[in-house]
Design a protein around this ligand. Structure first.
Ligand SMILES: *Cc1c(COP(=O)(O)O)cnc(C)c1O
Length: 463
């Protein structure tokens, strides 16, 4: 047993040393992918290898290819860094090796999900009666929410899609903003609705759906099964759809509202940003990530549904069993997976660590740091093209080619990591501030690096 203790301690020590190195190590070191692959691609040994040797080899092989996404100056995509308590809880989840399938396979895992799910609804302002599926990401949460939507809008039309499938079913119309996240389309493909089902609703200048255009699209669609996908937090600009008005329009039409709020739904947890998602409680289903802005470990996200019965009808494959367990859908009844990791422990631990005030402070600090980025880069003569309402900043460094050169140079430089994007036909740098450990000094250091690189890029020199 002491050998096991030693092995686990070594793993924890490696993880702690790595975390401690994050503020100082190059954020995205240049990587020779082929060399990395070679380091892993040793021939499969015939004989067993002692576990401590396996661990040492794994660390040696992986280290050169790790990206400091959990660190304070990673501003690519929308990426948080798992908090200390949540990470430690996730280590325990691995150690306990629980199956969060249902209360029989792991009473503790299901209880943690239930409690953490309640906290999440409370923080986000989602009705306490909603169900919560603990899923792998915003993608899976969109699939779960849209599966519930598909079930209900077809049931309203007298069609049991779970039994009869889509062959011969009344067509389902999906109204979604032109700036929806690409995962929505993949969810629609997986659900057999297909991307042709989408009637695209024009977006306003910041990427939020135009409510007048939504009203017109609903009128044009006429009666029949209708699902509307709204968004809280545009992945480029951070813009949120006008949820209250949109939900009202859709419900008067008899449709289902799904909100993709992978990161933007967290605006609800802070007093200064809550207005951005005003009315969110009126929706029928919500997708929200834990591993982005909430700084929980991968892979953690939440699929909420205002109607637990519909949620379970769409996803559970053990309806009879649910009754046996008290009729409350839980665990795998609310996700598309069967055997599942016990994600609830890390969610519970991360929320407990932060508390209500800590979550609000995390959101507000990230937004303040995003504004700091915008102010400093504007002062330095560069163009911030979005209204910085949340944690996303879009920056132009001149023409497209120069912006691309600055992005590429920043990715090699190692001070920070930022990505590029195309927004309204322009190449831009996208900065997302989503990590609890990012400080004003990190922002200033990043701005200094970007200004230096931009001056180099202006002369056609990369760095
Ligand atoms: C990130 C994101 C998703 C996808 O989430 P994953 O966690 O990567 O599966 C969906 N929608 C929006 C708006 C996002 O920002």
């Amino acid at each position: 047993m002491d050998e096991l203790r030693d092995l686990f301690r070594r793993a924890a020590d490696h993880a702690a040393d790595y975390r401690r190195s994050l503020p100082d190590r190059p954020v995205g070191p240049p990587v020779d992918q082929a060399a990395l692959t070679r380091a892993f691609a040793v021939p499969l040994p015939t004989a067993p290898t002692p576990p401590e040797r396996v661990l040492a080899d794994l660390v040696a092989a992986a280290e050169p290819g790790l990206v400091a996404t959990a660190g304070p100056r990673y501003f690519g995509f929308v990426v948080g860094g798992a908090s200390p308590a949540a990470t430690a809880a996730d280590m325990l989840a691995a150690g306990w090796d629980q199956i969060a399938f249902n209360p029989v396979t792991s009473p503790a895992a299901v209880a943690a999900e239930t409690a953490a799910g309640g906290w999440l609804k409370d923080l986000l302002g989602i009705p306490a009666t909603a169900s919560v599926g603990f899923v792998t990401g915003g993608q899976a949460a969109n699939t779960a929410g849209l599966a519930a939507a598909r079930h209900q809008v077809l049931a309203d039309g007298g069609w049991d899609v779970e039994r009869r499938g889509l062959t011969g079913a009344p067509p389902v119309r999906v109204l979604a903003g032109a700036e929806r996240h690409a995962t929505v389309d993949r969810s629609l493909r997986l659900l057999g609705l297909g991307t042709d089902a989408v009637r695209e609703v024009p977006a306003g200048p910041q990427g939020a759906i135009d409510p007048d255009a939504l009203a017109a699209a609903l009128r044009e669609a006429g009666p029949g099964p209708t699902v509307v996908c709204l968004q809280a937090g545009n992945v480029n600009t951070g813009a949120c759809d006008e949820l209250r008005r949109a939900c009202d329009l859709v419900h008067r039409h008899g449709g289902w509202v799904h909100v993709d709020g992978a990161f933007g739904l967290w605006a609800a947890a802070a007093p200064t940003t809550r207005h951005l998602v005003d009315g969110l409680e009126a929706a029928d289903s919500w997708a929200c990530d834990g591993h982005k802005w909430l700084n929980l470990p991968y892979d953690t996200a939440f699929a909420f549904c205002a109607r637990p019965d519909v949620h379970a009808a769409a996803l559970s494959y053990a309806a009879a069993y649910l009754v046996g367990s008290g009729g409350v859908p839980a665990g795998a009844d609310l996700t598309a997976e069967s055997s599942r990791r016990a994600r609830g422990f890390a969610v519970w631990a991360g929320l407990r660590e932060l508390g209500r005030d800590g979550v609000a402070a995390l959101v507000e600090r990230c937004c303040a740091l995003a504004r700091r980025f915008a102010d400093r880069l504007t002062s330095a003569g560069f163009e911030v093209v979005n209204e910085v309402v949340l944690n996303q900043v879009l920056v132009g460094f001149g023409d497209d080619a120069r912006t691309d050169r600055v992005v590429a140079a920043a990715q090699v430089d190692g001070t920070c990591w930022v990505g590029g994007t195309t927004w309204r036909g322009r190449r831009l740098m996208r900065i997302s501030v989503s990590n609890a450990t990012t400080t004003e000094a990190d922002v200033d250091r990043t701005v200094a690096a970007l200004v230096r690189l931009a001056h180099g890029a202006g002369e056609g020199v990369v760095h």
